[in-house]
Design a protein around this ligand. Structure first.
Ligand code: FUB
Length: 336
């Protein structure tokens, strides 16, 4: 596979004023991981597929993934080329949305959502002996999987957990009853708990959920579950989990209010208590991120639409993330 050295336009010196990490293609939803001492980035590969924009995100009609890497967040970016393409995923029909990756026992796994042949979002897994791929997809999607935005968190004891879910175009609301509701797309009524992301422990083989998915509860400071009408704080999509000083941090996009928010807890299953905003709204409708540590410093990978000005043609960026002594995260404004 041909490697292309992409120009890194990153400037980490001006915190919060980062430049696009690559400009030779559109990239989004960056999931960054430290593998083999380097930062590997697993983004969506945005394209203009000519699909009309709608509220369900049909215009995000992506059809492959590239893996990127950097020695450090300030180093040039290497594009390792196509790591997986739609035509090599037997069960999928379209829309390769935000992926994530995980390592277990020397094998690398790429988790990705796509619509199946019936137009239902499912989550697939593909594996490789190298972090940059190429990845070979399983023939079927993960049993019992649905919706979008998989995130895999590997705990210190080696157990991995799959988080997923996204509302509106991500179809989470269609699964309220436990099966796919072809016509019911309503959100819970005001006063009802908001729709929640899902979490399930993964099998040791990393390819299936070992248990039925559970709700990821987000509570307010009084221990009350966040409600459907609480658009500023409730989960929408883009779940990401990391650990800091023994606590689990569940971060996510609030969607139509465009923040990356976070909540903390003492178990990978939650419940998590809402803490605040990590990243204020960026240019473009979507907001999607990941958090990674290298050499004692923490970084937030995210995207905006600086290059194209179009919401479905995004570019990834990185900036430093800082904790206060009490473990809370300083809010980032990408444009200050
Ligand atoms: O990239 C397509 C979708 O946009 C992702 O799955 C969402 O998280 C949003 O960023």
């Amino acid at each position: 596979m041909k490697k292309i050295l992409a120009l890194s336009l990153l400037s980490l010196t001006a915190l919060g004023q980062s430049k696009p990490l690559v400009s030779h293609m559109f990239t989004a939803d960056p999931s960054a991981h430290l593998f083999q001492g380097k930062i590997y980035i697993y983004p969506s590969h945005d394209i203009d597929a000519g699909v009309k924009e709608d509220d369900l995100g049909s215009h995000f009609a992506m059809n492959d993934y590239h893996v990127l890497s950097q020695k450090t967040p300030a180093s040039p970016v290497v594009d390792h080329g196509v790591a997986l393409k739609l035509e090599d995923v037997a069960w999928a029909s379209k829309m390769l949305w935000a992926p994530d990756a995980a390592e277990s026992k020397g094998t690398y796994y790429l988790y990705f959502p796509a619509k199946d042949k019936e137009g239902i979002f499912r989550i697939g897994v593909a594996s490789s002996s190298k972090p940059e791929g190429p990845f070979k997809a399983e023939k079927e999607y993960m049993k019992g999987s649905f919706s979008i935005d998989p995130c895999v968190f590997k705990d210190k004891d080696g157990t991995s957990y799959l988080y997923f879910g996204g509302i509106w175009g991500g179809q989470l609301q269609r699964w309220k009853s436990g099966t796919y509701g072809a016509t019911d797309e309503s959100q819970p009524a005001n006063g009802q708990p908001a729709l929640m992301a899902k979490v399930a422990r993964l099998d040791a083989n990393m390819k299936q959920m070992a248990e039925a998915p559970r709700n990821v509860q987000i509570l307010d400071a009084n221990g009350k579950i966040l409600l459907s009408e609480d658009h500023d704080r409730r989960f929408f999509e883009a779940a990401f989990v990391h650990q800091y000083q023994g606590k689990y941090y569940f971060s996510y996009s609030t969607g139509d209010t465009h923040n990356i928010a976070y909540a903390t807890g003492t178990s990978p299953y939650g419940p998590f208590t809402y803490q605040g905003v990590i990243l204020k709204p960026v240019k473009g409708w979507t907001n999607h991120h990941s958090i990674v540590e290298q050499n004692g410093k923490w970084y937030l990978y995210y995207h905006d639409v600086e290059i194209s000005g179009k919401t479905h043609l995004r570019n990834i960026k990185v900036t430093e993330l800082k904790y206060r002594p009490d473990g809370s995260i300083e809010t980032i404004d990408a444009y200050k």
